[in-house]
Design a protein around this ligand. Sequence first.
Ligand code: COA
Length: 163
Amino acid sequence: MDSRDNSPITVNTAVRPARMGDGSGIAKLVNYWAAQGQMLPRTLGETYEHLRDFYVVEDDDDIVGCAALHLVWSDLAEVKSVAVDERMQGLRIGATLVNACVDEAIQLGLSRIFALTYQPEFFEKLGWKRADVMSLPRKVWNECYRCPKFPSCDEIAMILELE
Ligand SMILES: CC(C)(COP(=O)(O)OP(=O)(O)OC[C@H]1O[C@@H](n2cnc3c(N)ncnc32)[C@H](O)[C@@H]1OP(=O)(O)O)[C@@H](O)C(=O)NCCC(=O)NCCS
């Protein structure tokens, strides 16, 4: 008799707001992808400073997905640090996390949100549109100036209008 378990892999993709105990798991996941050049790194200190921005997906006590909604201005927020564990890709964890940020942005009354990414097709699948980063002056003047990539940023700006 074949004793192998052929049942499909099931993952709990429930999204929840981050808690203090998630900080190191978030930083580990983000910095894994930062080391591949896919996003900016975050120190553990920055992660705790912005912990209330984050949503996470947890599996077996590991953080396997995260995304953050970062307020920029009265009408603008950025979806940042969208990261899914390499072993858990394609399970809609990324989509669920981004949509949690979108739902919160709507509840807050924001009119649009944006992301800077090397994966524009992922955001397009979720209804986002490509944009010129210079159409986001608040972002550029508030944060881009302090970024090591400025002024040669090659990330693609994506926007979702919420009204
Ligand atoms: C990009 C990333 C967040 C996607 O997460 P994921 O959980 O694997 O994606 P999902 O399963 O939620 O995919 C949702 C849809 O987007 C598509 N998709 C996902 N990644 C894609 C990509 N890189 N290019 C094109 N389409 C992509 C999926 O096929 C799916 O399409 P469908 O609705 O037709 O089935 C993940 O690959 C990741 O963490 N990458 C490294 C970090 C990164 O680049 N983050 C990007 C934002 S800064």
